[in-house]
Design a protein around this ligand. Structure first.
Ligand SMILES: N[C@@H](CCC(=O)N[C@@H](CS)C(=O)NCC(=O)O)C(=O)O
Length: 244
């Protein structure tokens, strides 16, 4: 049976971290909110799940439905899917480490979102532009270097070598790192211009993921929506600046 992925239509957003894993594994899945009402899909079907009076409804997209089970939160979805899709280490300790790394990625994703919405998600960007500028300045100066420097160190210190974030094989964490580099480069082209010099292992991992046949096919497909200014990673030129 196909997995059902529920996420807002029209943007990559947090759903993309799950899509990349499903696409790499060539797992059958339905992107429910992008489907048609006639097939019982679309945004209405997603809202029905969120508003359902069934036990344990999810709080927010993305969530994954596997039969009767609903799995919310990106990191939790990937923790669940990883072993099934053969995108997680076999060793239990390393699976916990992979989950910790994915949660760190989730923290970075939230901070990237907060660069354009530092005051409130419910307000327009235009209504919090000054705060967004201040937040982005700090994000570029301090937070990107701290997160990316950490990920670079994790790769450099991997006892199995710097090709993977965890262990000696591809995992969902590697796929998510690809998306982080893509997203930051889209949102902050000036600030990320010298990423390959500062974070060579991270960029090498990004390039290796992009070259994987299933990922390359996905990126060239219509299923991969372009980045845009409704997603997590948004390009507002006034928020971007070069770093020395
Ligand atoms: N921790 C959750 C965050 C989920 C989340 O913030 N989803 C956003 C879209 S990317 C949403 O629809 N939020 C609605 C809300 O927070 O009210 C995850 O990693 O999946």
């Amino acid at each position: 049976m196909a997995y059902e992925l529920y996420y807002w239509d029209g943007l990559q957003g947090r759903g993309e971290f799950v899509r990349l894993a499903l696409e790499e594994a060539k797992a059958p899945y339905i992107d429910v909110a992008r489907g048609s009402k006639d097939d019982g899909q679309g945004i209405g079907a997603m809202m029905a799940e969120l508003d359902s009076d069934d036990p344990y409804p999810p709080y927010a997209p993305p969530f994954l439905k596997d039969g009767e089970l609903i799995v919310p939160h990106v990191a939790n979805i990937l923790f669940y899917l990883g072993p099934k899709l053969k995108l997680a280490p076999r060793d239990e300790g390393l699976r916990i480490i992979a989950n910790g790394l994915q949660l760190t990625i989730a923290d970075l994703v939230t901070e990237a979102h907060d660069t354009h919405h530092p005051i409130a998600g419910g307000l327009y960007y235009e209504d919090q532009k000054d705060e967004a500028k201040a937040r982005s300045k700090d994000f570029i100066a301090h937070r990107i270097p701290k997160f990316m420097g950490y990920f670079e160190r994790v790769l450099a210190q991997n006892p199995d070598g710097p090709r993977h974030m965890v262990g000696n094989a591809l995992s969902y964490v590697d796929l998510s790192m690809f998306q982080i580099v893509e997203g930051l480069r889209y949102a902050f082209p000036k600030a990320t211009k010298h990423f390959a010099d500062y974070y060579p292992h991270v960029v090498a991992l990004h390039d290796a993921v992009a070259a994987r046949p299933h990922i390359a096919a996905y990126l060239a497909s219509e299923r991969r929506l372009p980045f845009n200014e409704t997603g997590i990673f948004r390009h507002y030129p006034e928020l971007d600046h070069a770093v020395r």
